[in-house]
Design a protein around this ligand. Sequence first.
Ligand SMILES: *Cc1c(COP(=O)(O)O)cnc(C)c1O
Length: 400
Amino acid sequence: MSHSPFVNLPDAQGYFGRFGGQHIPPELKAVMDDIDAAYEEIRHREDFQQELAELLADYVGRPSPIFHARRLSTKLGGAQIHLKREDLNHTGAHKINHCLGEALLAKFMGKTKVIAETGAGQHGVALATACALVGIPCEIHMGQVDIEKEHPNVTKMKILGCKLVPVTRGIATLKDAVDSAFEEYLKDPQQFIYAIGSVVGPHPFPKMVRDFQSVIGREARHQFLERHGCLPDHVTACVGGGSNAIGMFTAFLDDASVHLVGVEPAGEGLDTKRHSATLTLGKPGEIHGMACYVLEDDAGNVMPVHSIASGLDYPGVGPQHSYLKEVGRVDYQSATDAECLDAFLMLSRVEGIIPALESAHAVAWALREAPKLPADQHILVNLSGRGDKDADYVAHHLGL
Ligand SMILES: *Cc1c(COP(=O)(O)O)cnc(C)c1O
């Protein structure tokens, strides 16, 4: 066991310092404790580990490569920029890593149905994919408003054979989809399992999703050492709920020389109310069954959030990130919608890689910082996903 103050978390109650836990009704707590007990047993089983490792290799296409963005680095005239290519995974983003883990766990637990909500549809598509592969029925709840906005993802989910449940209550977006999916789940939590889409929610989900995503950083650390004989000086990733970032950071937490940077969406500006920079401007609170940083308005209500990247607009954030901010191990910064669009185009035109708008936030940080750093320093960017889903929107927005 490591003596690291960062790695052996959460504690048995699901806390990272004062963040995390199970801020839920007692009957739900019993259900979550069952999942935790099953997870702790199953994850150490050799048949589980072997099946997961095979699928990550032959189905997802891991390990994803690290690409040295030489033209971009030269153009900026500073530190060397390297990209961990999660965009090359099957389905085009990091989400498949934890969806496969969750679907496989469901199979090993003998569950008959996997239930989830989705906002923009990215989690829905990744989960429907994993459930098709593993052979478990999957039910995705999605707000009617989002269904009308996110046509390609809705179509993909239907093709993949999941049951798509349109949610018309409330304002028919993500929050209502969460409520609807949870109601369905509570009808039979013995037979069903809920699959959360990031390192959020009550314990054990922040831990489980982190464990499944940690393959990113384990690979990246090994790949970088092997290629360059040293660790990167800076490692950066975008933060919505925080799964791709924690997946990348976990392997580097004990490497004191590595500057870890989480990049939040500053939207139209930190001085406007149109952003989603939870760790930058929020304060400790509670949301979706966990203690974490939360963005609230002056009256103490959860703030309506905004980002050009729909995968980043969440008013809470993973409890482990909340802890890593508080103890100062990770530096949380932000990038605006405008910086993100610049980064999206720059990476597309200088390297021929179209990034997801979410990932473009981390690229934007690298573009901002690289020119200030010497040419023998290395920045490793987690490129969490590809930008095909955003291409039409960006082209329209920029009048291309
Ligand atoms: C969903 C998504 C994100 C944001 O989720 P995290 O849990 O913060 O990683 C980031 N990038 C891509 C490509 C996504 O699809």
